[in-house]
Structure formats: C-alpha cells, structure tokens
Design a protein around this ligand. Structure first.
Ligand code: ZN
Length: 345
C-alpha cells in the first residue's frame, strides 16, 4: 500500500447476514460494489480485507453477556434481538467481521499505511449499546474502531461524526462518560430510537463531549451546512481530534423510505468534503468512514461513490439523477441556538 492512499474494506462475510424483504439486506452492499466498479473507484482504492474482531477489543466495547447472547442466537439458527433486528445462522460471523473491518481501517490509517479509509461493512453498528444489539445493529463497528485507536495507538481524542438520519444511541451510550471520544450526531428528532436530545451532553468526565443536533423533518442541505459551519467545525477545532471517524448513514437523503430529512447528494458531498478538510487541518487527514444506514437502493451506491471521491480528494461529485426536494427547508435557528449554548459555542 502506498502512502496517501485511500483504503476500502469489503469482505464476503458482510453478505452472510441477510433476510429477504428486510430493508437492511446484503443487496445494499452489492449495489454499492457495483457502483464503485462502474465508476472506476474500486480500482483507485486499496482493497483491505476485514479481520475477525479481536475478542478482547470487542469485550472492551460490549458486555460479555451481550456478546454471548449474539453468539447464541446465531448458534440456534437465528432469531430477533428486537422486532426490527433479525439474526440468521451466520450473522454472528458477519458482525465479528464488520467490527473487525472498521478496526482494520483504523489500524491502516493510524499506522500510516493509508491516509484515510472507508469500511463498507454491515450489519451496521451505531444503535448497538454496550449491553444490547438493536435497530438492525449487532455490534457497534465505529465504537470498536474508536476503542482500537485509544487502546492500540494511545490516542486521547477521537471525534465521531454521525450523519445517519437516526441518532446513534449505541455510540453515545458507550462513550457517554469518556472525554476521549467526542460524539457528534445530526438526526431527525423525535424519531427512532427516541434518544438524541441536545440536552444529552455527556456525564462525569465525559460531560461536554457528546453533541446532539436533533432536527425536525424537512431540514436539508442549507440547514446541514449551517450546522457543520457553526457547530461541528468549531467543536472540532476546540477538541483537536487525533482521528475522525464517520458513522456514514445515507438515510438522511430526501428519497429515503425510512425517514424525513431532506439532504441531497450535493449536501452529502459537502459534508464529506468538510470532514476531509477538517481532518486535513487537524489530524493529518486521518479519517475512517464506516457505513451505517441508507435504504434507497438506487441512491446508496451513488452516495457512497461520492464519499469515496471526497476521500480520494477529487474536485467534484459524480452525477446526481435525484436533485433536490422541491419542498421548502425547515429552519434550524432554534436548535442551533440551543446546541451552541449547551456547548459554549
Ligand atoms: Zn439510520
């Protein structure tokens, strides 16, 4: 692997977790892979295979009882962790590989083997708390990546940017009392999973290191641009992260069937390039993106391709056949004022 390269983690085990008819299925990754091939992006990135996650690392993120439960549900052929969260016989294997894939990307970036990386993993992770899987998520891939950065490389400050339309309650939960991980999330609110108020700012030593930006349905590109400019960037500049992780959900696009925010592909492109630029200024460009949600299969490949272009440093995004929603955007002034006050910005 040459310096200053973008690594891309894919693995056939991520396809073993699948339930026909469920929105979080293997076809999501198949559509992404096809788009990256079509656009010549796969060939421009260094293929990084997933590792099975180190059991000790996983056990520093999730409780032993939780890990055992996921293993046992798979061992009896599958089942449900909650009404939304299926498991099949090989889901445990897929989840171990997904968490290991996010950790492998982090190691590639922190060792200098890659400048930045994208982990095209599933099952997704950001709803998985320390003690339970939920919301399509079994193990928390981004939390495992953050923990690997802290434990194996001695990092003290990791910023997680979560632009999935849903609040990453699991990531918040795992690092709620830690100043070593600053969790920043934009999400529709109120909406699944119910958490994510601006008042949830962390506790104990972690107080001030959890920043939620809860948004009404209908907030789109203009609102997100202001949130990044007025909250994320000043917070990050104050925190001085040594690594930026992204929980990259594409379900905040206006066409997503599961939610009601109004980003366009242009809005996602802006966020991705802002994060890359921020990392360039603050932490030698070190960014690891991990796939979370995104359920419009016709959009998902295009959106991920644009994020890859941002990581590669391309000047512009790919084509956008969807454009913008025709509806007026909801304003963000009120929530911006509350979040800024809560975080002393
Ligand atoms: Zn989501």
């Amino acid at each position: 692997m040459t310096d200053a390269a973008t690594a891309c983690c894919t693995d056939a085990r991520f396809l073993l977790h699948d339930l026909p008819g469920h929105p979080e299925g293997r076809v999501r990754l198949e559509r992404i892979a096809a788009q990256l091939e079509r656009d010549g992006l796969a060939a421009r990135m260094h293929a990084l295979p997933a590792e099975t996650v180190d059991p000790d690392l996983l056990a520093r993120v999730h409780s032993p009882a939780n890990i055992r439960m996921v293993e046992q549900v798979a061992a009896r052929g599958g089942g449900y962790l909650d009404p939304d969260t299926y498991m099949v016989e090989r889901s445990y294997e897929a989840a171990l590989a997904a968490a290991g894939g996010a950790a492998a990307c982090t190691r590639a970036v922190l060792s200098g083997a890659a400048r930045n990386a994208i982990a095209l993993v599933r099952p997704p992770g950001h709803h998985a708390t320390r003690v339970r899987g939920m919301g399509f998520c079994l193990f928390n891939n981004v939390a495992v990546a953050a923990q690997a950065a802290l434990d194996e490389f001695g990092l003290e400050r990791v910023l997680v940017v979560d632009w999935d339309v849903h609040h990453g309650n699991g990531t918040q939960d795992i690092f709620y009392e830690s100043p070593q991980v600053l969790y920043f999330s934009t999400h529709q609110y109120p909406h699944y999973p119910g958490s994510g108020s601006w008042e949830e700012i962390g506790a104990g030593a972690g107080r001030g290191f959890n920043a939620n930006v809860p948004l009404p349905a209908g907030v789109g590109d203009a609102g997100f641009a202001r949130i990044f400019d007025e909250v994320l960037i000043p917070l990050a500049e104050r925190y001085r992260p040594q690594l930026i992780l992204v929980s990259a959900g594409y379900d905040a696009h206006w066409t997503d069937p599961l939610a009601g925010l109004a980003l366009s592909l242009a809005g996602y492109w802006r966020m991705a390039t802002e994060v890359v630029a921020l990392a360039g200024r603050l932490c030698a460009g070190r960014v690891v993106v991990a796939l979370e949600g995104g359920y419009n299969l016709d959009l998902l490949g295009l959106a991920v391709a644009d994020t890859c272009r941002a990581l590669l440093g391309d000047a512009g995004p790919g084509p956008d056949p969807f454009g913008r929603t025709g509806w007026p955007e909801q304003p963000v002034d009120r929530v911006l004022a509350l979040v800024k006050r809560a975080h002393g910005l």
